[in-house]
Design a protein around this ligand. Structure first.
Ligand code: ZN
Length: 396
């Protein structure tokens, strides 16, 4: 049996007045998805468990069959997995942003999207200032996104806040807090002192760019043991995505990340290349997952026109070729669903259950309807624990 999963990120939405109260999925011309839905099964699945917010990391983990409540290791450990860092299981790992804080307010969570080389120079200075007390190690990432690992700390009771959640707000109440936060505050203070008049910042000041006044520690977690997809479901897998967090999930699942030239997170991604590489990978893997970020990015811009175009491009250049390829195998199945809804009206992810469609061997239709939110809701197939969908897809 060959399996393919296509994830049009954030494609589900609510009705939009300018579209005559249609959703982008209803407004898009997508003959391949609609035919697949009519020949297969549609329904809804809840990918955001209670007590979680609908981030792509949480929802994708759930979609791929892993209960986030049990297996989500936290933002920073996932990013560490994406970077290929091998972590000691007893160490904590945190995100370490360069940020701009002026007059006690979070002016910029990215320190003006600081350049990689500037960030590395500053992180070196911070490393020297903090020293290795407490087993602190910094790991430079792209631009402002670094990681920090800590040995011998207990951050179980520490609360932190993502800096992008508090734009222009006083940071005082959002600093690391709770029992065990003191060493983090100490590290942040030492960093502030060395960053204050650092050459890199002096130059940025001259050019009118936001300075990296501080480091901001958040998103802590410990690596968790996650059984590989092969251990759990007995088959091999591969991932195609432009998003680092999803590459991290693929690494944790023991999947191969396949690089695709021209892939991006936006509508300028090479859809046809994503489709072609998915088809080629099906020759070598039992399951191939192709994730396309573009509909989500368009929704964050409230750009429903581009969102519709991206759904149409996925239908033509990914779903079409992948269906054709799957039909060359004796037994096959295809799952199409977004990880979560993203609403153009609010520009935000939404935790409502998402519509899914399964087509292929054994997948007979209960209702012959196009692939839309409404049709999925009117089906009699509703999966509340989203992580149960995977075994349904693989076996039922
Ligand atoms: Zn997403």
């Amino acid at each position: 049996m060959k399996y393919a999963i296509i994830i049009p990120d954030g494609a589900a939405d609510a009705p939009i007045a300018e579209l005559g109260n249609k959703t982008p999925l209803e407004a898009a011309c997508k003959p391949n998805m609609d035919a697949a839905a009519r020949n297969g099964r549609i329904g809804t699945v809840r990918t955001t468990p209670p007590d979680f917010s609908p981030g792509s990391d949480v929802c994708t983990l759930c979609l791929l069959g892993y209960d986030p409540a049990q297996y989500h290791p936290g933002r920073a450990p996932l990013e560490a997995a994406a970077m290929g860092l091998k972590l000691n299981a007893s160490n904590w790992v945190m995100r370490c942003n360069f940020v701009t804080i002026i007059d006690g307010k979070m002016v910029d969570h990215s320190a003006g999207h600081i350049k990689d080389n500037e960030g590395r120079t500053l992180l070196q200075a911070v490393t020297e200032a903090v020293g290795n007390a407490g087993g602190v190690t910094f790991h430079p990432g792209v631009s402002y996104r670094n990681l920090m690992t800590l040995a011998g700390a207990d951050l179980t009771k520490v609360k932190t806040t993502p800096p992008h959640d508090i734009p222009d707000q006083p940071v005082k109440n959002y600093l690391p807090r709770g029992a065990g936060a003191e060493p983090l505050l100490d590290i942040m203070n030492k960093a502030r002192a060395v960053l204050k008049d650092h050459e890199v910042n002096l130059v940025r000041r001259q050019f009118g760019e936001n300075q990296a006044t501080d480091i901001w520690l958040w998103g802590q977690g410990k690596p968790k043991h996650i059984p590989s997809f092969k251990e759990r479901y007995g088959i091999s897998g591969a991932m195609i995505t432009a998003v680092d967090l999803l590459r991290g999930i693929a690494n944790l699942l023991g999947w191969k990340n396949i690089d695709v030239p021209g892939i991006s997170s936006y509508h300028d991604t090479d859809y046809a290349a994503q489709g072609k590489y998915t088809c080629d990978a099906l020759d070598n893997f039992d399951l191939v997952c192709c994730h396309v970020e573009a509909p989500d990015e368009a929704s964050h811009q409230a750009d429903f026109t581009t969102k519709i175009k991206s759904i149409e491009a996925i239908d033509e250049h990914v779903v079409g070729p992948v269906l054709k390829k799957l039909k060359t195998f004796d037994q096959w199945r295809l799952l199409i669903m977004p990880d979560h809804a993203t609403q153009c009206a609010t520009r935000k992810h939404h935790e409502a259950p998402v519509p899914f469609l399964i087509t292929g061997s054994h997948g007979k239709s209960s209702i012959a309807r196009a692939y839309t939110e409404q049709a999925a809701m009117e089906s009699d197939l509703h999966i509340e624990a989203g992580y149960e969908l995977m075994s349904y897809f693989l076996t039922k």
